[in-house]
Design a binder for this molecule. Structure first.
Ligand SMILES: [Zn+2]
Ligand SMILES: [Zn+2]
Length: 131
């Protein structure tokens, strides 16, 4: 693994991925789909171009669903431990779950999205720019 490569994976270690470029966007997402699939509010999306992302071990299970805006998101998770790993959008970006990065400190969100959908107990950072 080179210095420019950022690795990550699921809780049990069966699925591993690598990211080979800087992220295109880093967001905290408060949408209801992320709420449901992660079980909490404020999904950390470390978004990278699809061509710079690869699964290098294991085979995630995939669940496809159309988002509110009519876009299809293919959510990938570990069939063994259930970790929510990444979502592949139909606009060429992979939204990697920031908590699954080997070094979660690399995640530095600058934007927040769908804050109106956040439940009352969510902590929405004021300093982030709304998208
Ligand atoms: Zn796993
Ligand atoms: Zn979301």
């Amino acid at each position: 693994m080179s210095n420019n490569t950022l690795g990550g994976g699921c809780f049990c270690g069966q699925i591993r991925y690598e990211i080979r470029a800087e992220p295109a966007l880093q967001v905290l997402c408060f949408c209801t789909d992320c709420l449901k699939t992660t079980g909490t509010s404020g999904y950390g999306g470390y978004m990278v171009q699809e061509s710079h992302f690869a699964v290098v071990r294991g085979e995630p299970r995939v669940h496809s669903r159309q988002s509110k805006e009519g876009r299809t998101v293919r959510r990938n998770f570990c069939p063994e431990c259930g970790s929510n790993l990444f979502g592949v959008t139909d606009f060429g970006l992979v939204s990697v779950a920031a908590g699954t990065l080997d070094d979660p400190e690399r995640f530095q969100p600058s934007k927040k999205v769908f804050v109106d959908d956040a439940p009352h107990w969510a902590r929405v950072p004021d300093e982030l720019e709304a998208m």
